[in-house]
Ligand binder design. Sequence first.
Ligand code: G16
Length: 555
Amino acid sequence: MSSSVNLRTIYAFAREMYPKKVTTNIEYGTAGFRTKADKLDYVMYRMGLLATLRSRVKGGQTIGVMITASHNPEPDNGVKLIDPRGEMLENSWEQLATDLANVSDKDLQSEVEKVIQTHNIDMGSASSVFVGMDNRYHSPGLLKAVSDGVLALKGNVKSFGIVTTPMLHYMVLCSNSCGAYGTPTEEGYYQKLITAFRALRGSECERGNYKNQLLFDGSNGVGARKMLQFLKRMNDELNVTVYNQGEGKINENCGADYVKIGQTLPIGTPDSEPYTRCVSIDGDADRVVYFFTDEKKKFHLLDGDRIATLYAGYLMDLVTKCEIDLKLGIVQTAYANGGSTDYIEKELKVPVACVPTGVKHLHHKALEYDIGVYFEANGHGTIVFSEHTKESVRAVADNSELNEEQIEAAKKLLSTIEVINETVGDAISDMFLVEIILQSNGWDVKDWYNTYTDLPNLQKKICVANRNIITTTDAERKVVTPEGLQNGIDEIVAKYPRGRSFVRPSGTEDIVRVYAEAATNEDVEHLVAEVSQLVYGLAGGIGPELNSTANGLPN
Ligand code: G16
């Protein structure tokens, strides 16, 4: 192992600038590290170290470090690492991240040495780390800490400033594919998506019931700014009104998580005609949900399940027209509404898999298909296409001896691959594809909504002393501990027609989540309340008294 780095710098930096003052351990969870921003300086510094090591292990390929707490409230922040293909950090390195974050300052150097030895890292070799952040006021300070971690190991760091999470994933893959995936700049990202959007949508902005009008809740996050950048470059091809642009606190009473869990309008939604399409994204723009109100002002949600089914229908049609034999599959989590799963299996007749919460689980499962559509009900998802798919479709598009319809479908499929961000869920790219499909079908939200009926569903957040006493199995659909909880849930669920409920500890917030669905609104309210009471009692509930509210949130 050659080493041109003085590893004592690691401790010097830590002691002087990023001392670990926190004594409780932190874990690299569903979406990296996430907690109160003022507890994260040392974690960020250490993730700068780790990203540099990872880059050197990967032969100098670019690793991404995104500073964001995504859907969490303003005081929180967090960090997630991005692997060379724009994917979430590999599992085994999650443990290294946790270990590195939790050692004392004094042991930090030896922990780094351990990683260097285990992975036989040449510390004199090239490295590249891309860093981006959301628009929280504490993000710039945390970004500096990451950069200092990279510099402590004499690595190369490039900051993209304020970007959405999916933009940074895109930049990482562009850089490692030597430009084949796109140009690793902000402008490159806009142009790639806009070009594909134009190719698919053509000049016809309105068609059938589809109207070119959209209300866009930016959740006061970075996605609002980037949407405005898109619109500047798009000459009214998409008529979007952006609100919650940053005037309020990030994710407060707005954003995809608020809309999905509360099943309610975000703050500031402009008055509009019934059935106007509305979109809500989260703080770092990796999730999107649609919603609308009807003539009685009743709220209706079109969540990740709806987007997945819309995509699957569109893709199946194109694949059939291309006359290529490709295996398409949909990946969901336990949160997927039973109505959507029935529709996928019985109407679309597409294979459907269920995996634990967390994009990495969905992404990996989706890679098993030629075309894998994955979505969490919360609006986090995308489509992945295998190399075989891309090659077969290109071959059809380039074969002038085939019939026109076949070639046209192949070209559309190629543009669909371009408009979608394959690296990770991307709210804006996902929204573009929804708009393309609705316009192509001549559909308004009512047509989309009527494809199937969701079972009434509710979610609750329960505060407990230690959420990790709840462990689960079967893609989180069954509780293992504490003892007696699963039996209790089974007994309650059995009382309600089409009832289903599960309980799991959140990976991003210090709470336990309870999900329930049932045949009627009244039933689901009782079901979620009963299961929540049970969890509260058996898992050591603390904090606010439980009360069943219309939107399922604790009072
Ligand atoms: C993150 C993850 C998602 C997950 C969500 C909620 O989203 O990327 O896969 O569904 O957290 O996770 P949990 O229920 O464990 O708190 P985001 O948008 O916050 O990065």
